[in-house]
Design a protein around this ligand. Structure first.
Ligand code: NAD
Length: 364
């Protein structure tokens, strides 16, 4: 029987509230400690979980209680908190982005390897059953070669965020590490590397027009060309006052277009289109629903947390292990640098290395 992991929660803000809805669904863990600089926030989460977890305002004080930690603090603290627990042999599920700089990321990954600690980045989208289903369909080969992947995310975000001084959090780029692409787009760059393989070149343009609460970009358009010739597009905004696409992933293959639409929770196939002849008005096509989600449209973090617990118990490499997660950030840093200097980014070598690519068929 697998061991029940004593998990400590650090940073009891908005994201931890989302995790809290799912944590009790994972039998492999027991929440023993909740920590926030503001202890009342830790108390709210501990109470919501209802299993008598101790509360702390300093994460150092909980180290002896835990086997592993889930870190959902603000970005600039990830490295310091990660290193504290890694050096003490505690496993880490780190909210994205892993760290704010390459140097921090490499040091953290190396320390975890040295200490035999499981380090996983919390990228829940990779574990959503609809996204896993889409990946299985693409990988099955049944639909031929995928040649274009597009990911849209349209949300209204960041307008109310303030830091401990009451100042707008997202204006403080030194803490956040980047704009929308770094903070949220990292999920989708990661997904693209997982689906499409080795990137070659790319570009990003961003703006804060429409999202004046952002210092860096609140809206992004990103393109990537992959080594095999496929292309990827990611369009995202934190300024959507309304949306039709919401969160949507579309992959054109030689046999049709596969889509995961997060709002409806459907995986669909669009095919049967043919080039119309002169005089014909419509291209014909049909749409088939291949899969439908049975759960609510929320962050569904139970899948990633369960995977983390299973990797800790089995000593196996997580799907979104530290080295794999670092690659999506390296792509973003290269894209930001190229945008600043007005050229296309050289992304060669920034795919997920073969030895850190993990097979994942989903957990129950
Ligand atoms: N995976 C997702 O879908 C998703 C969505 C939103 C946010 N996030 C990530 O979750 C993390 C938290 O974001 P959020 O929106 O919840 O922010 P937040 O500001 O709402 O919450 C962060 C909490 O961490 C606490 N904190 C900061 N430093 C601390 C420290 N040293 N010790 C203890 N507590 C500390 C703060 O007091 C605050 O309560 C970020 O990394 C963010 O990018 C992930």
């Amino acid at each position: 029987m697998s061991k029940v992991i004593r998990l400590g929660l650090i940073g009891c803000g908005k994201m931890m509230a989302a995790h809290a809805k799912n944590l009790n669904l994972v039998e492999e863990i027991e929440i023993v400690a909740c920590c926030d600089l503001y202890i009342d926030r830790a108390e709210v989460v501990a109470e919501a979980l209802g299993n008598g977890a101790k509360v702390y305002s300093d994460y150092r004080d909980m180290v002896d209680d835990v086997d592993a930690v889930l870190v959902a603090t603000t970005h600039e603290t990830h490295y310091e908190i990660g290193m504290f627990f890694a050096t003490r042999g505690k496993h880490i599920l780190m909210e994205k982005p892993l760290c704010n700089s390459e140097e921090e990321g490499v040091r953290l990954v190396e320390m975890c390897e040295k200490k035999g600690v499981t380090l996983m980045c919390a990228y829940p989208v990779r574990f959503w059953p609809g996204v896993v289903k889409l990946k299985q369909l693409v990988d099955s080969g049944e639909y031929g070669t995928p040649f274009k992947m597009s990911v849209w995310t349209e949300q209204l975000s960041g307008t109310d965020a303030v830091d401990e001084y009451g100042l707008p959090k997202y204006l403080n780029t030194s803490k956040m590490g980047g704009g929308q692409l770094f903070s949220h787009g990292c999920h989708y760059v990661d997904i693209m590397l997982w689906f499409m393989g080795e990137p070659e070149t790319g570009a990003h343009v961003g703006t804060n027009l429409g999202t004046p609460w952002m210092l860096r970009e609140g809206t992004s358009a990103m393109i990537i060309k992959f080594k095999n010739g496929a292309v990827g597009y990611h369009g995202a905004t934190w300024g959507a006052r309304g949306t039709r696409l919401d969160y949507d992933i579309q992959i054109h293959t030689e046999k049709g277009m596969l889509e995961y639409e997060h709002n409806s929770g459907e995986v669909r196939l669009y095919d049967g289109a043919y080039q119309h002849k002169p005089g014909e008005l419509l291209e014909r096509q049909k749409m088939t629903v291949l899969w439908t989600r049975d759960a609510n449209r929320d962050k569904q973090t139970q899948y990633e947390i369960r995977h983390f617990a299973q990797c800790v118990n089995n000593g196996t490499l997580p799907l979104t292990n530290g080295r794999a997660a670092l690659q999506s950030l390296r792509v973003i840093w290269a894209l930001y640098n190229a945008e600043k200097n007005g050229f296309m980014a050289d992304l060669s070598g920034l795919g997920i290395p073969e030895e850190y690519r993990v097979e994942y068929m989903g957990t129950k």
